[in-house]
Design a binder for this molecule. Structure first.
Ligand code: MG
Length: 300
């Protein structure tokens, strides 16, 4: 099932995609209820749509999930991305990690799939992109064995882990500040349920900036698989339904280019993952508001 959320009369509505139409679900009020249903009906065969729905094209979608706590992220999960970043880690001698490198983005970073993303031009001069496969957790678990880890995945979506590189490096080498500016984690447009992704390590992902290819990757090149990430993240830490985990970005970020390329007003960012779809956001100067904090800006 491909799942989207949209707003109607000020309320979020959850729907599935059927062909080129959005089909609202009957008796499911939002994603947490759908995930609860999934726990007893893994194929969601008992879920029905109501009515003929409406055209997907042009629909104004919400982020497919509301983050109730920080978005979990993995850094350095593709070897070529680790290598391309080596020269950017001045003063930080870092060996290739033996375990996943975790950090988080605040819930207020989450942005809708078609929203304009703020350039944050008064805060950073180095806003950068990162296409990533995102995992939506479906059931509560702690100390999850790697062999069972994919059973905890409700579905997958696309994320753009937008990062202010100058803020990332200005605060002691941590990754939180530079990655938690408002509306810097567009998600979507759909969640594809796990039963429709036979192998999360067999997905192509790409990023285009204004139509030009910048990142071309494949999840088979992840250093730590989705299952390993879930197993290690859940060590002594309870994962909850609806948790979002970003699984790292392949090589081709703007900061590692010669000369570097950073986002500017009007840039069109397109994140693609095979089997999931296209996450497309425009960068806009003069926008300062997170969708969770106020009005959702238009994507034009
Ligand atoms: Mg990232």
């Amino acid at each position: 099932m491909k799942i989207v959320r949209y707003e109607s009369n000020g309320r979020p509505i959850i729907a599935q995609i059927g062909g080129n139409r959005i089909l609202p679900l009957s008796d499911i009020d939002d994603l947490p209820a759908l995930i609860a249903r999934w726990e007893t009906d893994a194929t969601l065969s008992s879920v029905q749509s109501c009515g003929p729905g409406f055209e997907l094209a042009g629909a104004s979608l919400l982020a497919p999930v509301v983050a109730t706590r920080n978005v979990f992220c993995v850094g350095w999960n593709y070897l070529k991305h680790f290598d391309e970043s080596t020269s950017k880690r001045a003063g930080q001698g870092v060996e290739l990690p033996q375990h996943p490198t975790f950090f988080t983005k605040l819930p207020t970073t989450v942005a809708p799939p078609h929203a304009a993303v703020p350039l944050h031009e008064t805060h950073t001069a180095q806003l950068d992109w990162e296409v990533e496969l995102a995992v939506i957790i479906g059931k509560r678990g702690r100390d999850i064995p790697e062999a069972d880890a994919l059973d905890y995945v409700f579905g997958y979506t696309i994320a753009n882990d937008i990062t202010a590189r100058d803020l990332q490096r200005a605060h002691g080498g941590q990754w939180f500040k530079g990655k938690s500016l408002d509306s810097t984690c567009p998600l979507g447009p759909v969640i594809v349920t796990a039963d429709e992704i036979a192998d999360p390590q067999n997905l192509e992902l790409s990023f285009h900036l204004n139509g030009q290819s910048m990142q071309q990757g494949h999840t088979r090149n992840q250093i730590f698989t989705v299952a390993r990430i879930i197993a290690e993240l859940s060590v002594g830490l309870t994962l909850l339904p609806g948790d979002v985990i970003l699984t790292g970005t392949p090589e081709g970020i703007g900061a590692a280019r010669v000369p570097p390329v950073f986002l500017k007003d009007g840039d069109i960012m397109e994140c693609n993952i095979s089997g999931i779809g296209l996450l497309r956001n425009v960068v806009r100067a003069g926008l300062e508001v997170s969708p969770l904090l106020g009005t959702i800006p238009a994507n034009t």
